[in-house]
Structure formats: structure tokens, C-alpha cells
Design a protein around this ligand. Structure first.
Ligand code: NAD
Length: 371
């Protein structure tokens, strides 16, 4: 089969880690007779430098003409002082809206190989998990094109009277469509859905809860629970094993998934898929990590695991997606660790601390052995 993939490395560590996701897809192509045609595009800081805007029209058009978008990360201190509408991160909002992706799937599991990189104690990890084992395996479904990131913002007044506002607004249909994605995901997992909101304070959250209560009737096999976001933030570090699928708004999902990434070992491990209208955006959940850019120390595994999600959701190549995941597990089994996922007693545990390129090469080798 032939697939056209828009490739947006972006800024900071974005291009370094995405390069390995590309090599992984090329390996799949060679070994399994598929063609991945990559269409390089620019957005974010790199586009501001070249075209004076974060999301040039031609980038969005190219992304729309492809089957999927593989993205690294955008942003960095160089562009931090620009006004809001010109900042690199604006490109992400434009791409998400332009490609009609409204649900961001963020799997967060503690791999047994990375237990030493998790800051939580075994007894905490075991609490609430179904089999009493110190582990967790959750999927965070974050609404992606609504809420406060897309609502009206502005400033009024001046001097000490200056004020600023951002508006959280959701329609029932926006909430319903992301809830249905989450219910569908829960049906294929452990059949538990936790709806996270702040319904004790926010009207928009009350609409989330009312809509969830209605929609839940269509999914009698799924156990629906509700948590306030502050409690959820606490439960994630108190008993993460209790969660299967979490569904929540744009801003709450953004924050909770960063928290989940820390207990999974590192933000450098978490991949994501943004889906909705048919085209998908696949990217690690981390940002451009400017302080470690160009030093060959960034963890490429989140980007590589994002390419596995691309194979699954945009190409329907589930076996190949599994092979990529298994290659990552095999490399971790052999003790390869970038510094972000190394345990404190790394040497004793037989770990080998490697850079971005060594880790990428190790995954390619393992993948070649598996295919
Ligand atoms: P960040 O995710 O870039 O970095 C947070 C921390 O995690 C840093 O200590 C960083 O060194 C580390 N880290 C991140 N990815 C890593 C990896 N692959 N391997 C090892 N360590 C890794 O978040 P930030 O510092 O808040 O933001 C930096 C820039 O990225 C900002 O301009 C921000 O707006 C942007 N950003 C972009 C995206 C995106 O493109 N989707 C997402 C988040 C932040």
C-alpha cells in the first residue's frame, strides 16, 4: 500500500526525534512492501523565521492532502516574546482545527522495564490496580479543538486596571463526539471510563457531566465514573492503577497527561494520536525541549511510538504497529536507556545509557529482527 505522510519536524528536539520515527516507517515499508511518501512541511518557529507566520497556508494545504501528519514539536525561547497569535504553538491549534482532529489519545502505561524510573513506591502502584500488581495502564482522551485554548481571549484596560481573560466554552455536540471516542476506546480495553471535570464550580463542566450522564446510557457495558480534576490529579499519584480510560477537556487533559507521563517514567516515552474526521496527527506529547536540543540526548521513543500509532490509526497496519512497540520493548529489555529513563542505580541494574541516535539505531535493529 502507498501512504502520503506530511512530515513536520518543527523546532528544538522535534526534528531529531522525528527522524527516527521516519526511519522506523521506512523500515516497515522496505520489509513489508509499503510505500511511505514523506512530504516535508514547516510550521511553528521554523515557519515564523522563513515565512513570518506560524502556520503558512501551504503547510495546512499540504497536510490536508496527505493521509496523516507526523509531528515533532514546535516552540522555543526565540519566539516567546511574540504576540499570542504569532507564537509557534498557534500552528498546532490551526493544524488541529484545519484537519478536524478533535480527540487526542494519550496512552500512559508503566512498562515493567521502567519501574525504576517511576517515582512512585510499589505499594502506591499496587493500590487500586485490578490484580494488585504495581503497574498501571491508562488511556487519556483529551478534547482537542474546543475549550479555553480556542475560546475568546483578550485584554482590557491599562495600568493597574489592566485585565486579561480566556474563555472556556463547549457545545454539547463537541462534548458528545469526544465522549463517544472515549467510550469506544474503553469498550476495547477494561471497560471503565472516568469523566474528569470541575462540575462543582464551572458551568462548562456541568454541561460535560450532563452530556456524559446521557451518553453513558448508550454504553451499558462500560462503567462510568466521575471525578473532579483536582481529585484526579491527586488520584494519579495516589493510586494510578484504578484508571482505564480518562476523558476530559482540552486544558485538563493537557495538564493531567503531563502528570501521567512522569509516573510512566518520562515525558520522552509518551506518544499520541489525534483523530476525528479521518486524517490523524501523530506526535510525542512532549514539547521542543530547547535546553537539550542538538545534544543527542533526547529520548526518541515517544516519537517512535507515535509512528506505531500512525500505522494503527491511519494505515490500518496493526501487526506492523505491534512490531514497532515490541521493538521498543526489546530494546528496553536489553537495558538501553536514554538519560531521562535511567534508574538511579542504573549501572547496577545493567542499564546502558545511550544517546538519541544509539537508541534509534537499537530500535531499528530490533525491528528488523522482528519483521
Ligand atoms: P517540554 O516537553 O519541551 O520539556 C519539559 C521537560 O521534559 C524538559 O525538562 C525537557 O528537557 C524534558 N523532555 C521533553 N522531551 C524530552 C525527550 N524526548 N527526552 C528527554 N527529555 C525530554 O516542555 P516545555 O519545556 O514546557 O516547553 C518547551 C517548548 O515546547 C515551549 O516553547 C512550549 O510551548 C513547546 N511545546 C510544544 C508542544 C508541541 O509542539 N506539541 C507541546 C508542549 C510544549
Amino acid at each position: 500500500m502507498r501512504f502520503k505522510i506530511a512530515l513536520l519536524g518543527g523546532d528544538g528536539i522535534g526534528p531529531e526525534v522525528t527522524a527516527w520515527a521516519v526511519r522506523v516507517l521506512e523500515t516497515i515499508g522496505t520489509k513489508r512492501n509499503h510505500n511511505f511518501d514523506f512530504v516535508p512541511v514547516k510550521a511553528g518557529g521554523a515557519a515564523i523565521d522563513e515565512f513570518g507566520e506560524p502556520l503558512p497556508k501551504q503547510t495546512l494545504e499540504a497536510a490536508k492532502s496527505c493521509d496523516a501528519l507526523l509531528l515533532g514539536a514546535v516552540g522555543g525561547p526565540k519566539w516567546d516574546s511574540l504576540p499570542g497569535h504569532l507564537r509557534p504553538e498557534r500552528a498546532l491549534l490551526g493544524l488541529r482545527a484545519g484537519l478536524g482532529v478533535f480527540a487526542n489519545l494519550r496512552p500512559a502505561a508503566l512498562l515493567p522495564q521502567l519501574k525504576n524510573a517511576c517515582p512512585l513506591k510499589d505499594e502506591v502502584l499496587a493500590l487500586g490496580s485490578e490484580d494488585g500488581k504495581p503497574a498501571f495502564d491508562m488511556l487519556i482522551v483529551r478534547e482537542l479543538t474546543g475549550g479555553i485554548y480556542f475560546g475568546e481571549h483578550g485584554r482590557e484596560g491599562s495600568g493597574s486596571e489592566e485585565s486579561a481573560y480566556d474563555t472556556e466554552r463547549y457545545s454539547r455536540s463537541e462534548i458528545e463526539r469526544v465522549l463517544r471516542v472515549a467510550y469506544k476506546a474503553a469498550a476495547g480495553r477494561r471497560k471503565k471510563l472516568c469523566v474528569v471535570d470541575k462540575a462543582n464550580v464551572l458551568e462548562s463542566s456541568r454541561l460535560w457531566r450532563e452530556t456524559a450522564q446521557q451518553i453513558s446510557r448508550d454504553y451499558p457495558d462500560i462503567k462510568t465514573e466521575y471525578l473532579y480534576v483536582d481529585n484526579c490529579a491527586m488520584q494519579l499519584v495516589r493510586a494510578p492503577g484504578q484508571f482505564d480510560v480518562i476523558v476530559t477537556s482540552n486544558i485538563f487533559g493537557d495538564i493531567l497527561s503531563d502528570e501521567a507521563s512522569v509516573i510512566a517514567g518520562s515525558i520522552g516515552m509518551l506518544a499520541s494520536a489525534s483523530i476525528g474526521s479521518g486524517k490523524g496527527i501523530f506526535e510525542p506529547i512532549h514539547g521542543s525541549a530547547p535546553l537539550i536540543a542538538g545534544k543527542n540526548i533526547a529520548n526518541p521513543l515517544a516519537a517512535i511510538l507515535s509512528s506505531a500509532m500512525l500505522l494503527k490509526y491511519s494505515c490500518a497496519l496493526d501487526a506492523e504497529a505491534n512490531a514497532v512497540e515490541n521493538a521498543v520493548y526489546a530494546v528496553l529489555d536489553s537495558g538501553f536507556r536514554t538519560s531521562d529513563i535511567a534508574s538511579r542505580d542504573g549501572a547496577a541494574a545493567g542499564e546502558k545509557i545511550v544517546g538519541t541516535s544509539e537508541m534509534g539505531e537499537a530500535v531499528l535493529k530490533a525491528l528488523n529482527n522482528l519483521l
